[in-house]
Design a protein around this ligand. Sequence first.
Ligand code: DX5
Ligand code: ZN
Length: 233
Amino acid sequence: MDKTLRIAPSILSADFARLGEEVHALEAGGADLVHVDVMDNHYVPNLTIGPMVCRAIRPHVTIPIDVHLMVEPVDALAQEFAKAGADLITFHPEASRHVDRTLQAIRDAGCRAGLVLNPATPVGWLDHVMGRLDMVLLMSVNPGFGGQGFIDTALPKLREVRRRIDAHVAAGGQPIWLEIDGGVKVDNIGTIAAAGADTFVAGSAVFGAPDPDGGYRGVIERLRGAAARGKGW
Ligand code: DX5
Ligand code: ZN
């Protein structure tokens, strides 16, 4: 069994005036991915950052940049983020007119691709595209803001998607990461890991608990340790 756990701090809660230093500190602290929340004030009621910022932080880290698009439409921006150095690009399927085509276009641009399901979005969106997915991202808050509380219905949904992924892989399919996003903290990440997630976005939990020297090693280690214990590892 693959015992990899990935911690993906979301820069939504970082100090935007010092983003280069912040992402560098994440990597120095042991983060596995940098999670970039892209909001367009249309698909979600908030506005964050575009491809220029992705391009600006790219030289400050060697770990993959995990771009979470909360935008509608998806296709043109996905291509811009691919050019700006994104490694993974996920989008919300109901925001794309042609989901299969969008997934393929992201992969053709050299990135890994994934779908994001909101708390009320059915897992059936995955049915016919499992072979094109590198990641499934389940939202455990409604998208748009950091610092919200974890919605518990994400737990049975994680178990359901974990079952689907394991069955897909057992039948010879490619590996698919299962990421969770929203309200992940040191005190609930074990339960979330036990439900099947292997990749954990955390924004306020990471940036709200810096080390005395301003780094993030301590909180990233606490998150990883609690997740591993939740898995029984
Ligand atoms: C919400 C974003 C999340 C969010 C996570 O729309 O996708 O990545 O910033 O923040 P926390 O960890 O604070 O819930
Ligand atoms: Zn996100």
